[in-house]
Design a protein around this ligand. Structure first.
Ligand code: CA
Length: 224
């Protein structure tokens, strides 16, 4: 999942960024409100971790402007200790959850998992799509009860498809969610990963939609 991390404390940003990457996320960072506003408005993220005390433009203003522009990705705000009115203001501005500094990295990861699941209408840690089950805690995908052996890129791609079943996803969108850096992005690699995944999945589960992208069919759902 592609996460936007907005934090001007660079040491903390590095720690959180590493933890998110270890958890299998692709992380884009911003260290001021202006860059955050731009990224969150122009690009798509599965979730945002937003510090409120930021240079140039404060986090609350950024969040307000995202919501005013119709950007509805889940946002977890980071607030200073004992600053309860900041939490209230953050939730009023459209934050989905908050964490008070200092926090345990495990708690941040757990809250993000929950936010991403809820954003997709899943109440539990497991996401099902036909014979496939994604365990978001263990970062494991099984097919008819047997754990699939996947590389980290294959896992990210299939997990993203499972979060968006029966939706046509463009190569560009998939590439953005697989790689953090522009220079790593080459939409041809998506075709390679899709081909590898197809060998591990039931036939026709990943459909190529000509000129548009790919679609993971959840059996039982009607083709659009
Ligand atoms: Ca700060």
């Amino acid at each position: 999942m592609r996460i936007l991390l907005v934090e001007d404390d660079l040491q903390l940003a590095a720690q959180v960024g590493d933890a998110l990457e270890e958890a299998g996320h692709v992380v884009e960072k911003a260290d001021n409100g202006q860059d955050a506003l731009y990224l969150g408005t122009e690009e798509t993220f599965e979730a945002v971790v937003l510090d409120l005390g930021l240079p140039v433009l404060d986090g609350l203003t950024v969040l307000n402007q995202w919501r005013a522009a119709g950007r509805d990705m889940p946002v977890l705000i980071l607030t200073a200790r004992d600053n309860w009115h900041e939490k209230v203001a953050g939730i009023d501005a459209g934050a989905d959850d908050y964490l008070t500094k200092p926090f345990h990295m495990e708690e941040l990861l757990a809250r993000l998992r929950a936010l991403i699941r809820r954003a997709h209408g899943h109440a539990s840690a497991e996401i099902r799509c036909g014979p496939l089950v994604l365990d978001t805690r263990a970062r494991r995908i099984s097919l008819e009860g047997r754990s699939l052996s996947l590389t980290s890129h294959e896992y990210r791609l299939l997990a993203y498809l499972m979060h968006h079943p029966d939706e046509v996803l463009s190569r560009q969108e998939l590439t953005e969610h697989l790689y953090a850096q522009d220079f790593e992005r080459d939409s041809n690699t998506i075709e390679v990963f899709v081909a590898r995944l197809r060998k591990k999945l039931p036939a026709d589960m990943i459909e190529t939609v000509r000129g548009l992208g790919y679609c993971l069919r959840s059996p039982g759902a009607a083709a659009p």
